[in-house]
Design a protein around this ligand. Structure first.
Ligand SMILES: [Zn+2]
Ligand SMILES: [Zn+2]
Length: 343
């Protein structure tokens, strides 16, 4: 019997479910406000922590792409790039305390950290501590991925249940799939809207997410080319976290193929000019200039985006935190030496 059969959720039932039906699905993870090493999130605030700002390239400065969003006493992770378990532990966020996971698409750099979050998350120490099922939301293919993980790592489950008395429930995954744009999650006053993006004709499905809470909002682009549907969903968002690809202006051989799947800084500037966020944030930096010298890409991205957008803009670093309130959008940098935010 598969995990989804045991949970009473069938793939057919979920794929065909109405959006309202999705929202009505019972919560599985703990609903209480999450206690972590991260600064507390104020009432009516959304906090965004860039867990990993990199791409598929192994890099010690920019880990694989993941974004933590906290609001309404809930914590979500959008995508699970390489090293996300390490970065979450670095800021004292137990991976077992993340209430729901969201996948944008199935490129390996967005899901390769998921087995780590899942299996390390069900261990007893403070970095883990998941009590209930892991909830993974994503486009069609999410159920297959989750069931395959359980098959691939079935021996770990068997051994740890016997040897470490891991609760079987904590090893289970509830996969929620969606096939169309719309609200796919609604809990504690937090809504998550999925929308299709254009990552290239062969890279489907691919989506981005908009999170709304208490009149505040943040959009995470996922991987995409310049996309009108993203702009449609991004209008009125306080913060837009957008991917970017940056290459030399005279493209080197092979760069065009990569840039065909991503948004240039100039194009992102147009996206921001049309959506007018209070803060525009670049993450998922596809650096085709010199990925071992990230400062070069940062200055180029900002210079080129500015051609089309002069509003507040930043290139995120791993663990940069953005706190959105009614009156302010604050940026906090992680002090690696002290292991805390602020000075
Ligand atoms: Zn990617
Ligand atoms: Zn991708």
């Amino acid at each position: 019997m598969s995990s989804e059969q045991k949970s009473g959720i069938t793939r057919r039932g979920l794929v065909g479910a109405s959006l309202i039906g999705w929202a009505a699905l019972p919560a599985v993870s703990a609903m209480a406000a999450t206690s972590t090493g991260l600064p507390p999130v104020g009432k009516d605030e959304i906090a965004v922590t860039l867990i990993g700002t990199g791409s598929v390239v192994p890099n010690t400065i920019r880990y694989g792409n993941s974004t933590l969003i906290q609001a309404g006493g809930l914590s979500f992770l959008i995508d699970a790039g390489r090293g996300c378990a390490v970065r979450l532990t670095q800021v004292g966020m137990p991976m077992g305390k993340i209430d729901a996971f969201f996948l944008t698409h199935f490129h390996s750099d967005h899901v390769i950290g998921l087995p780590d979050l899942w299996m390390t998350g069900y261990l007893h120490p403070t970095f883990g501590q998941r009590a209930g099922m892991m909830e993974v939301n994503g486009p069609i293919g999410t159920t297959k991925l989750c069931n395959s993980m359980r098959d691939a790592f079935s021996d770990d489950i068997r051994i740890r249940e016997a040897d470490e008395h891991i609760d079987d429930t904590a090893t289970r995954i509830k996969a929620n799939e969606f096939a169309t744009d719309g609200v796919i999650f609604n809990r504690n006053g937090v809504t998550v809207t999925a929308f299709e993006v254009n990552h290239g004709p062969l890279i489907k499905p691919a989506c981005g997410y908009r999170v709304d809470y208490a009149g505040r909002s943040v959009l995470v682009s996922g991987d995409t080319k310049f996309d009108e549907n993203l702009i449609k969903h991004g209008v009125g968002c306080d913060v837009i976290v957008h991917e970017v690809g940056v290459a030399s202006e005279k493209l080197q051989e092979g760069d065009q193929l990569i840039m065909n799947h991503h948004t240039s800084p100039e194009e992102a500037g147009i996206v921001f000019a049309r959506t007018k966020p209070r803060l525009a944030v670049f993450s998922h930096i596809v650096d085709l200039l010199d990925d071992q010298r990230p400062a070069t890409a940062v200055s180029e991205i900002l210079r080129r985006a500015k051609k089309n957008w002069q509003g507040r803009t930043m290139v995120g670093d791993d663990l940069t935190r953005i706190v959105i309130s009614h009156s302010t959008v604050k940026v906090q940098k992680f002090n690696e030496a002290k292991g805390t935010y602020g000075v």
